[in-house]
Design a protein. Structure first.
Length: 360
């Protein structure tokens, strides 16, 4: 930016009146602003290195009323600024916390509107990646999807996401490095959101699974829709937000469609097996590789411990079995201890993306 452009951008920035700061953190500052008696608007100041200009440019072309309506974007010396309309209302998180789980009909209606917004994003090449109760506002005219802080443009060439971002319990497996995020990643998040609205339970522990399986809480038809949307492999989910919307409204049978896909895949796998080429998915190959490495590590560790004992017993000073091993304790300690790889059973809702959770 030259001096003239910088001065122009700063004059625009100064013309806004800050009503209050909505959020502040490492990912920038979010303010409620007005200008020349109009507003209110939301103004986000995003550090230059974190700005996703292509996302905001594509969002400006979206016409869905359920998405932020971009009013202006401009560059300052140290940040990228986007201004969009402010939506008055409560987040789904606030509503469920205050009132409890939603009736099935109301939840399906909310999911229908969320799917409409997400489908519009996908049509413009945007993957939201953070569809969660705190990022959806229920206003007088229905649901509004907000916060595109970690949204990205779909990349056909990439094979997996390089950074784990999202909200724990709602982020898809792809967002933790298993594959590249795409439209089906948002389908997964919408499925988890649907389950949350119906059960009133945050989808990160056994209580959620128990509530989801209770037919007095979640109708079997909707449970089938949710389970399909939240399948581990993207190919097993609804392939678009529009498909999920139709199934949530009962205009398409998820069970029949799933049964057909399973039958087809089994038939295809049988044919390939007959040809000597069994069907393996990338994720299964990855899981098998990890298991193989783990087993090999255990075998090596056990062998090392056994050899340490054997060496201490037979080769310490040539005294045979009557000799006192001089370093037996250290041999057992060094050989018997293996690197700990304890999984996180109760991880926080926000892992490596805490800075985003504070700001967006």
């Amino acid at each position: 930016m030259d001096d003239k452009q910088t001065m122009h951008a700063m004059s625009i920035d100064d013309s806004y009146h800050v009503e209050r700061v909505l959020a502040r953190g490492a990912a920038g500052v979010t303010e409620l602003v007005s200008i020349a008696g109009t507003g209110p608007f939301v103004r986000k100041k995003i550090p230059t290195q974190l700005a996703r200009r292509r996302v905001w440019s594509a969002l400006a072309d979206c016409r869905s009323a359920r998405l932020p309506q971009v009013q202006a974007t401009y560059e300052l010396p140290d940040c990228f600024v986007v201004v969009y309309d402010y939506v008055e209302g409560s987040t789904l998180d606030q509503i469920v916390n205050e009132r409890g789980r939603m009736p099935a009909e109301q939840a399906a209606h909310v999911i229908e509107q969320v799917c409409e917004a997400v489908q519009e994003l996908h049509a413009h090449g945007i993957v939201h990646r953070d569809i969660s109760p705190s990022n959806i506002i229920l206003a007088d005219d229905g649901a509004h999807l907000i916060d595109l802080g970690i949204a990205r443009m779909r990349t056909e060439q990439a094979t997996h996401d390089t950074t784990a971002l999202g909200t724990w319990g709602f982020a898809s497996p792809e967002q933790y490095g298993f594959a590249q995020t795409d439209a089906r990643s948002d389908v997964y998040s919408i499925g988890r959101l649907f389950g949350y609205l119906l059960t009133g339970v945050y989808p990160d522990d056994a209580a959620y699974e128990k509530a989801l399986a209770d037919e007095s809480i979640v109708p079997p038809r909707l449970r089938a829709v949710i389970l399909k949307a939240c399948a581990f492999e993207p190919s097993a989910r609804q392939q678009s937000a529009e498909d999920l919307r139709l199934e949530a409204l009962g205009r398409r049978n998820p069970r029949a469609e799933t049964h057909t896909k399973v039958s087809d895949s089994r038939h295809s796998a049988t044919q390939r097996h007959d040809k000597g080429k069994p069907r393996w998915s990338v994720l299964r190959i990855f899981a098998t590789s990890i298991a193989t490495v783990f087993i090999a590590s255990v075998i090596v560790t056990v062998a090392t411990v056994a050899f340490s004992f054997y060496a201490a017993e037979h080769f310490d000073g040539g005294n045979g079995s009557d000799a006192t091993p001089q370093h037996s304790d250290s041999a057992v300690t060094d050989g018997g201890s293996t690197p700990s790889s304890t999984p996180i059973h109760n991880p926080p809702r926000y892992a490596s993306y805490e800075v985003y959770a504070q700001s967006w």
